[in-house]
Design a protein around this ligand. Structure first.
Ligand code: FAD
Length: 372
């Protein structure tokens, strides 16, 4: 048999198999900044609340406290909640909340055969979920390692796998509500792409190894294979949620399946017993702190600087603790100074323009070093 031909290489020596579509620059300048948004991650050290509670004659199934993982875990967490809600086959179910968690729970409850009404103060475009990055990050600030309890990693894995499989349905649709893209992790010698903060920090749970078969590792990119100027470049492929379109798709699906929406604000958990539905899935996100008087919820503030969309840019970058993700609805630029501790305990939903400018300037510095 003839020996295999050596892999063809491009003029710069990059093996053919490593070549990718061109990496085009993000125009990281302040005059392309068209919005700044702020959101609070509903973090619970013990992981999301998924227990049930009897409030008067109403069964309340809690489904809140998903930290930085709400979009990613939504279908898995909703599946757990709907299983509990449907235990006695109710004909009608109420869902409190119209964010990532409420909408997915409501769609799953419809699929399980119930008539479903969502009651919420804000519908998705205005709910906090709309101000998330939109990455597959199922264990981002989801719990603390020593507080989550021995059963939680198993439950987490079940939720992550269920969600992952469900997202398969939203791939390949016309406006790409969900798609796979590459992330580049860039660092210079003696630095890390996310620098740990000076405060030391908490031991946030990390369960990625449990689902490594789903997403794979970030791997070093051969020198010259990308225009990134740093000595070290890692690449991983990951799912992203184009939140404007994905959220719109979820709302449309819910309504098309016969779901009802009603704007309503509740002031105490006891108010839920006044609903005509006697089974309620409670998905108020950070709102649970006030609604359920649940102080186990800690706010973790996160801000996004939005640059004008560039459809030709189809990747994300993390460099000097700044994350960039190119979405169809905007280029999401976010500071992560100090890693997971950044914003921890901070409930100020006020725009910090200096933070946005510094994050954009960091990106501008990266692209300024690139030769193309
Ligand atoms: C900056 C940032 C980036 C993030 N990036 C990602 C990411 O890339 N991937 C990921 O998976 N997750 C990410 N997250 C986390 C994710 O956004 C949250 O976990 C998720 O949005 C929580 O969704 P939710 O539906 O529980 O809450 P919310 O979106 O806050 O929805 C709560 C709903 O309940 C309603 N509600 C609340 N209180 C009441 C009340 N008293 N009466 C009536 N209605 C009420 C609200 O109006 C709303 O409709 C990010 C978070 C932030 C802040």
């Amino acid at each position: 048999m003839a020996p295999a031909a050596p892999a063809a290489a491009a003029p710069n020596g990059v093996p053919f198999a490593e070549r990718r579509p061109p990496i085009l620059p993000v125009h990281a300048s302040m005059n392309r900044l068209f919005d700044i948004t702020v959101c609070l991650r509903p973090f619970r050290a013990q992981g999301p609340r998924l227990d049930t509670e009897q409030v008067g004659d109403t069964l309340v199934v809690h489904n809140y406290g998903h930290g930085g993982s709400g979009w990613s875990l939504s279908w898995g967490s909703g599946t757990v909640a709907v299983r509990k809600a449907m235990a006695n086959s109710p004909k009608e179910i109420a869902v409190v909340g119209c964010g990532a968690i409420g909408l997915s729970s409501a769609i799953l409850a419809l699929e399980a055969g119930a008539k479903v009404t969502i009651y919420a103060k804000d519908l998705l475009p205005d709910a906090r979920s709309a101000r998330a990055t939109g990455s597959w990050t199922p264990d981002s600030r989801i719990a603390l390692t020593d507080k989550a309890g021995p059963q939680f990693p198993v439950l987490w894995e079940e939720m992550a796998r269920t969600s992952f499989k469900r997202f398969r349905r939203y791939l390949g649709l016309a406006d790409s509500p969900v798609e796979w893209t590459d992330r580049y992790y860039c660092s210079d010698p003696g630095t890390s792409f996310i620098e740990p903060g000076p405060r030391g920090g908490l031991d946030f749970a990390s369960y990625g190894e449990r689902i490594r078969d789903l997403t794979g590792h970030a791997e070093p990119v051969p020198p010259g294979a990308t225009p990134f100027p740093t000595a070290r470049v890692l690449r991983a492929s990951s799912m992203q949620f184009n939140v404007a379109d994905y959220g719109h798709t979820l709302m449309a699906d819910f309504l098309a399946m016969g779901g009802r929406l009603e704007r309503r604000e509740f002031h105490a958990l006891g108010d839920l017993a006044g609903l005509k539905e006697k089974v309620v899935i409670n998905c108020p996100g950070y709102g649970a702190r006030a609604l359920c008087r649940d102080e186990s919820i800690t706010p973790v503030r996160g801000q996004i600087a939005w640059l004008i969309p560039q459809p030709e840019v189809n990747y994300g970058v993390i460099y000097k603790s700044v994350s960039m993700l190119s979405r169809r609805d905007g280029i999401v630029v976010q500071a992560l100074w100090g890693g997971d501790m950044f914003g921890y305990g901070d409930d100020h939903e006020v725009i910090d323009r200096a933070e946005a400018e510094k994050a954009v300037a960091t990106l501008a510095e990266l692209y300024g070093r690139m030769k193309g």
